[in-house]
Design a protein around this ligand. Structure first.
Ligand code: NI
Length: 160
């Protein structure tokens, strides 16, 4: 298990656009495993490659329903609306209210470069939006309604 260093807000890599993956390599497989390990170690529910300093379109998510790997993800469909607390491993100890769709359908490639589709509601829908935003250099802090505040104890399991 190799943990990667999570970049924090202010690091310019978090504001850059990531590049699509064209071919799976052993190096990328290792990166994906490291991203999973790093996410679990930090008790996050999602992590995007730019957060470990790699500008590639790779996301890992686990909202408690098992690991999901998304390569070159695209949002196909959204509906509804949810407003709730959101956090980010790149903005440690903070959270804020963000409105996101309540249903999100995504298309991506899996670790074998096979096409996959996922549908998510609630926290999973939020995680899809939050993590895919990272691939375009967008941070949830841009979307926070009201003040970004220090995370309270109950919010800790929602850090992304
Ligand atoms: Ni994040």
């Amino acid at each position: 298990m190799a943990l990667r260093t999570i970049r924090t807000e202010g690091d310019p890599v978090l504001r850059k656009k990531s590049r699509p993956i064209t071919e799976m390599t052993q190096k990328l497989r290792n990166l994906i495993v490291d991203m999973m390990d790093t996410m679990y170690d930090s008790m996050g529910v999602g992590l995007a490659a730019p957060q470990v300093g790699i500008l590639k379109r790779i996301v890992v998510i686990d909202v408690g329903e098992g690991p999901i790997v998304l390569i070159n993800p695209e949002i196909l469909e959204t509906s509804g609306e949810q407003t709730g607390e959101e956090g980010c491993l790149s903005v440690p100890g903070m959270s804020g209210q963000v409105t996101r769709p309540d249903y999100v359908k995504v298309k991506a490639l899996d670790i074998n470069m096979e096409e996959v589709e996922y549908e998510g509601t609630e926290l999973l829908a939020r995680a899809f939006c939050h993590e895919i935003d990272h691939l375009d250099g967008k941070m949830y802090t841009d979307l926070v309604e009201g003040e970004l505040h220090k995370v309270s104890y109950e919010d800790e399991d929602e850090e992304e």
